[in-house]
Design a protein around this ligand. Structure first.
Ligand code: NIG
Ligand code: FE
Length: 388
């Protein structure tokens, strides 16, 4: 499948040449140029897509929050649990208690779910350490997941995820620590590909995020934002004002925010697993995104609190069913537009000459099946940089 022309841009009876880990040529088999291929892989008519990209996850964490899941099912709201010191802070406690090795092991276990659904690139955030040693530990673990898990990993520094209990009386000191010390230290160690924050009344304000993003840009790092998830806090517009790669969740973004995102080229990352798990009722404004030409990506948001989802094809299904994305839009959201959300459009996300040969081969008859089945194994094989 070539994604150039919408929808899908399929090539029937296609062929591809891969050289040095990159796509050298792709098109109809009848047009295959002369070549000296040393190995030929026959795929027997199967569909090939770009390797899927999960552009928003919190894959590295300690413990899980099934106990909070049980409470939420009885009607206790997510925000209330957070304000009582549960939520992100309870995962912080478990993450601090875990060794780097243990974090890597549990993340690799979850990663198996993602790779089994065709993922070749995964974004992983910090944000459950919330102090110097543990934010760095999480980011080092994320890098190791890339080295040991057979995927590309893109990391995001999410120090402004929640205020840890030891700073409850001194918010300003926490901001100074994260922005002026830990972010630069993590960056100096090569651990940060982008900077993220959680902008919400239960987390951080627009003014605080603004300061973090100014620092990120002074370090030359791209930014992204958990924006307008539970309320409209102007997060979409804030992200756009900083030229963010993406604004994520965005259930409550208003039209002014959408217009700003369109002008800035900020991708809307839709996270239907969190929407489902939190039993949200206001979906993101898909029609506004379409009308204003905002690119939409789809990701699992894999995290222990709001989205224990380890299947990217399930996220595609949920995006179609809950948000009424077309299967073409959903699949584009886990390939081309997910690459854009990571600032990696030049490398991955499409079957085009020059791009990395990250491929997923599927046992389906029609591409829409990738969004249609819920939980059925569909992957035949995966290639990462031309290697299976
Ligand atoms: O993307 N919104 C903030 N961060 C996560 C939730 C994290 C958690 O509850 O542990 C999210 O939904
Ligand atoms: Fe998230």
């Amino acid at each position: 499948m070539v994604e150039d022309a919408a929808p899908y841009g399929p090539v029937d009876d296609g062929a591809m040449l891969v050289r040095d880990g990159r796509i050298a040529w792709v098109g109809a088999r009848a047009d295959l140029p002369a070549h000296d291929a040393v190995a030929v892989e026959r795929l027997d008519g199967r569909w090939v897509t770009p390797g899927l990209i999960d552009c928003h996850t919190h894959l590295v964490f300690g413990g899980n929050r099934s106990h909070e899941f049980e409470r939420r099912l009885t009607g206790v709201p997510y925000e209330q649990i957070a304000r009582e010191g549960g939520g992100i802070v309870s995962t912080m406690t478990a993450t601090r208690a875990a060794s780097e090795d243990a974090l890597v092991a549990s993340a690799l276990d979850r990663l198996r779910g993602l790779t089994a659904t065709g993922v070749t690139t995964v974004e992983i955030k910090s944000g459950y350490g919330l102090d110097a040693a543990n934010e760095l530990k999480m980011l080092r673990a994320a890098r190791r997941v890339g080295r040991e898990g057979g995927v590309r990993v893109s990391t995001s520094f999410l120090g402004l995820h929640a205020l840890p209990p030891e700073h409850r009386a001194d918010r300003a000191a926490y901001l100074d620590l994260m922005i002026d010390q830990i972010l630069p230290a993590a960056h100096a160690e090569g651990l940060v590909d982008a900077v993220d924050a959680y902008c919400e009344p239960i987390a951080f304000t627009a003014v605080e995020v603004d300061r973090l993003f100014a620092k990120a840009r002074s370090l030359g790092l791209p930014v992204k934002l958990h924006a307008d998830q539970l309320s409209n806090g102007g997060g979409g517009a804030l992200a756009a004002a900083h030229g963010a790669l993406s604004a994520d969740h965005v259930e409550h973004v208003d039209e002014a925010g959408v217009v700003a995102m369109a002008a800035a080229g900020t991708v809307a990352v839709l996270l239907p697993g969190a929407y489902l798990m939190l039993r949200e009722t206001v979906p993101p404004p898909i029609d506004l995104f379409r009308r204003h030409g905002v690119r939409m990506a789809v990701a699992t948001d894999c995290n222990p609190g709001t989205s224990p989802v380890v299947s990217v094809t399930s996220a595609l299904n949920l995006a179609c069913v809950q948000f009424r994305l077309t299967p073409e839009e959903a699949l584009t959201g886990a390939t081309r537009h997910a690459a854009a959300a990571l600032g990696l459009s030049h490398e991955i996300g499409a079957l085009e000459p020059g791009k990395t040969a990250d491929l997923a081969v599927w046992n389906v008859e029609r591409p829409a099946e990738l969004c249609y089945w819920l939980g059925r194994p569909l992957l035949h094989r995966r290639w990462l940089g031309g290697r299976t």
